[in-house]
Design a protein around this ligand. Sequence first.
Ligand SMILES: Cc1cc2nc3c(=O)[nH]c(=O)nc-3n(C[C@H](O)[C@H](O)[C@H](O)COP(=O)(O)O)c2cc1C
Length: 456
Amino acid sequence: MAKQATKNANLKHLLSPIKIGPVELKNRMVLAPMNETFSGHDGQATEQMVSYFGARAKGGAAWVSTGAIMGTRLSSKFVWGRNIYLFHEGHIQGLNLLTDRIHYFDSLATAQMTIGFGRQGHSYDHTLKVPAPSAGLPYEIAMEKIPKTLEGLARIVEMGRLFMVGQMTREMTIEEIRSEQKEFARSCQLAVIAGFDVIEIHGPHGYLEHQFLSPLTNKRTDLYGGEWRNRKRFLNEIMEQIRYACPGVAVGVRISNQEYMEGGLTIEEMIDVAKDLEARGADYISLSAGGGYEESGHLITDKDRAEHLPESAAKFKKALKVPVIIASQHDPVKSDKDIASGKYDINALGRQLFCDPEYPNKVASGDIDKIKYCTYCNTCVLRCLSGAPPACPRNPIFGREYAMDEYKIGPRQKHEDVIPKGIISLPMPALERPWWKPELPVLEKCWRKFTGPGPR
Ligand SMILES: Cc1cc2nc3c(=O)[nH]c(=O)nc-3n(C[C@H](O)[C@H](O)[C@H](O)COP(=O)(O)O)c2cc1C
């Protein structure tokens, strides 16, 4: 992997490599998972999307993550606008163009995989009930909870207004939960075949996995609801199954640090969740903040909350052995200091890399005075939620990377693997396990030590 220049010795912590499971990151700056809505209407990769990610890889990010990829057919029916889909072989080709572009520019490709949006999903058919942990719990965002910069959302277009209110929910059956989990595990295998180096399970921000955890949205009385151990079961089983399905591949989980809602998930509970995930083979925990759409602080961490995230992450770090990633730390000097003092390990930059994809390169070359900082104007978010592709007032190239020669791919480079590790050297098991068994034994990381033809 190409070494980055480190003229600015002061930021050596931000620039130091780190191992996550079997992969090594060249520095501590990664692209946060963001659904940039450049995919096609049926979830396929587009040139606009591929070149957007290519630009972030070229900008020096150690890994480039997709936003939430819909990992089952059912989940793809309940989304918001446009998301990437990956649940059958036909999706591999487009996503391979994406991972190829990322690898060409010497970054790692991370697939953030979601099993569903639950009560936060929307269907084109508004009469359909949304599959969720519990029935009769649609969300509703109070106008006063909407950040000032997004107030226009409910006024501009009908789509924005629809976002304010969720569709009616129905309770997922146990059989449905199990078949969704199995399909999801298979889709994560497809992600490895498509060339992704890292699988991130999407568990934050009030989406389906989070809904099962929270007493506010999980009112079930069966083995997936009620007591804490039962509410954790859905996510814990997913972690076990993906660990089993993708041996030797880096697998992490993104969760919220707490729910910030009365009666909602606390930081102590979320630390407990993180410990469970680590015990089941998670290679890292990525922390974001907040509950779901009703809580409203989650998606676009505001400045105040971002400032508190390192302190909160430090509590997770104390309880865990695996690396901890946190979102929304735009100041590289502070980030370097916090990493040095052990509060967290990796900085996931979201809107900041919409605004300036060259941020990591500028940190590496010591040109931090040349960084264009995100002003939290949220034009990008407003556009995405209204159905338009995002744009940034500070970055005229954002969304038009496809028109720039500098982000085009060329001949295979020396650092690129011709045979992606995931396909050949780490054979994946057939998914014939008895998924219906309520408590799978904890699967150890020993799958990685396996050198034979692969568990079948
Ligand atoms: C347009 C947009 C889409 C997002 N989509 C996702 C997503 O798909 N998955 C996820 O975990 N977080 C998502 N996020 C949250 C970001 O990963 C990140 O946590 C947040 O933007 C705060 O970081 P920032 O201040 O650097 O933007 C999204 C954020 C934005 C702005």
